[in-house]
Design a protein around this ligand. Structure first.
Ligand code: C2E
Ligand code: MG
Ligand code: MG
Length: 512
């Protein structure tokens, strides 16, 4: 009896040990039943079955946890990829590019060639977006991404930094190789892009920074950006390599930008007026308004030093608005003091960029009406540009300006982008021949023939010509003999404040 009790105790102890092991997480623990097949064995078998079940549940849970963990990791990888990829083009974005630049700098630290960064900014993307809409803009960006990708080597990174900015990282290459890639990228963008029925151009200004080993990673992108701005300033659609001198120019630019913002409100802008004359009689038939910035510290700044910056920063809209309001207010004052100025015209320079100012037409119409000036007495002088070809938004604005009744004049003809096709393609009525064409007119017979031919072209297109920059009586006489009717230049009068133009205006009144 006693011994039986002892045996039972030992079996119960075995059962308790087994349960304790199971409770401690050892799901493989099993309790050996005895040959007795009594209640204790029944409990042991029950516990063993439970342990078996627990084991299955546990394995199942483990499996599910493993699957979930794998899914989470996958999502994380995907999120990471998305966070580093540009959704529109599928190219690496700024974050990934920056990482790769850092890697490239590190791996070049142990000797070898340094990495190079190219920064590309499209030259007329804003116009594509504004005129053809965002879908067209997106399509152009995708096409640019594709062309850039195929212009570089597989090992190079092409990234989209945002907007119309792209970058190319070349891990290690000689200066010649880098330049070669830059020009190939540029060439790939020379061909037009077709978007539905439209044809657009997506050329780029390209800045290049070639990093020697040890060049800080963050400086590579910054300096490529600075070089890119130089490319913009050099007429766009070209490649520039960063040089430390460029930093001074950048500081100057950002200072001008900041100060220009306050110049309008601060009353620092002023207009000078230069007479436009009829060559035969010398009579004044109009005045061209020319902008000046009277800077409180740096004195008078000429438009050549700030119009370009204003165009790039969008400040040109505000400047243009001010010029229009001030010029037409002056026109009203002239007409009030001199009612004889019947056909006298005010010329205002308009940047091509201003043609995209949404309120331009309304503003011109309202300002003319407010000052009681007939639209026929306003001439808008427009220089440039690549975009002013048939079918663009700019051309539509020009046509609507013509409908308004204002005169349109192609300025600086014979330089830069202006081409003969403009003469017939644009809805302009007069052409101003650039002063560079007549600089040595007196002494250079070839130049005489050239100017004469240009004038014939203009006349053949049914347009009137004004030649600017006339400085001598001889130039005036030669131009007259070539059939040119109108002119402008220091010979007839320098740009002056309105207050000093009373004499010129009397000549105008007598003439008109
Ligand atoms: P532009 O419209 O072709 O103006 C003619 C430029 O030649 C003016 O320079 C004028 O002062 C200068 N000029 C006139 N006659 C002679 C001459 O006989 N000899 C020489 N050497 N130069 C002469 P400025 O005032 O410095 O203006 C430069 C350019 O800035 C203008 O060229 C025009 O494109 C732009 N600009 C001026 N005012 C405005 C403005 O209100 N809005 C815009 N968007 N651009 C303006
Ligand atoms: Mg002009
Ligand atoms: Mg001009």
């Amino acid at each position: 009896m006693r011994s039986r009790k002892r045996v039972e105790d030992a079996r119960l102890q075995l059962l308790v040990d087994g349960v304790v092991r199971l409770a401690a997480g050892d799901l493989d623990a099993r309790i050996e039943p005895s040959a007795e097949r009594d209640e204790i064995d029944a409990v042991i078998t029950g516990v063993n079955l439970l342990a078996e079940e627990l084991g299955h549940i546990h394995a199942d849970l483990e499996q599910r946890v493993a699957t979930r963990t794998a899914m989470l990791r996958q999502t994380q990888v995907e999120l990471e990829r998305m966070a580093k990829t540009d959704a529109l083009t599928g190219l690496p974005n700024r974050t990934l590019l920056t990482e790769r630049i850092q890697e490239a700098v590190l791996s070049s630290a142990d000797g070898g060639k340094g990495p190079a960064v190219l920064l590309l900014d499209l030259d007329s993307f804003k116009a594509i977006n504004d005129i053809l809409g965002h879908n067209a803009g997106d399509a152009a960006l995708v096409e640019v991404a594709k062309r850039l990708r195929s212009a570089v080597r597989a090992s190079d990174t092409v990234a989209r930094l945002g907007g119309d900015e792209f970058a190319i990282l070349i891990d290690s290459a000689t200066e010649d190789e880098v330049l070669h890639i830059a020009h190939r990228a540029s060439e790939s963008l020379q061909e037009s892009v077709r978007i539905g029925a439209e044809t657009v151009w997506a050329m780029a200004s390209i800045g290049v920074c070639i990093g020697k080993p040890g060049y800080p990673a963050e400086a590579l992108l910054r300096d490529a950006d600075i070089a890119m701005y130089r490319a913009k300033a050099r007429g766009r659609n070209n490649v520039q390599i960063f040089h430390p001198d460029m930093l001074d120019a950048v500081q100057e630019r950002s200072r001008i930008t900041a100060e220009l913002r306050t110049a309008v409100a601060g009353g620092e802008l002023a207009l000078l007026y230069q007479p436009v004359v009829e060559l035969a009689s010398g009579g004044v038939i109009g005045m061209e308004a020319l902008l000046r910035w009277h800077h409180p510290v740096r004195g008078t700044i000429m438009p050549g030093s700030f119009i370009g910056i204003a165009e790039e920063t969008g400040l040109i809209f505000e400047l243009g608005r001010w010029v229009l309001h001030e010029g037409l207010a002056q026109m009203r004052r002239w007409r009030q003091t001199d009612p004889d100025l019947a056909d006298f015209r005010l010329h205002i320079n308009l940047s091509a960029a201003e043609l995209l100012r949404p309120d331009l037409l309304d503003d011109i119409r309202d300002t003319l009406a407010r000052n009681g000036v007939d639209p026929r007495h306003l001439v808008l002088e427009i220089t440039e540009t690549v975009l002013m070809s048939r079918g663009t938004g700019e051309e539509q604005v020009l046509s609507r300006l013509r409908e308004l009744g204002v005169g349109l004049q192609i300025d600086d003809f014979g330089t830069g982008f202006s081409s003969i096709s403009y003469l017939t393609a644009l809805p302009a009525d007069t052409v101003k021949v650039d002063q560079s064409l007549i600089r040595d007119l007196e002494s250079n017979p070839r130049q005489q023939k050239f100017v004469s031919a240009i004038l014939q072209l203009i006349f053949a297109a049914g347009l009137n010509a004004t030649v600017e920059g006339i400085e001598t009586a001889e130039q005036a006489a030669q131009l007259t003999s070539m059939g040119c009717l109108y002119g402008q230049g220091y010979f007839y009068g320098r740009p002056l404040p309105a207050a000093q133009l009373a004499g010129q205006l009397r000549r105008a009144a007598r003439h008109l």
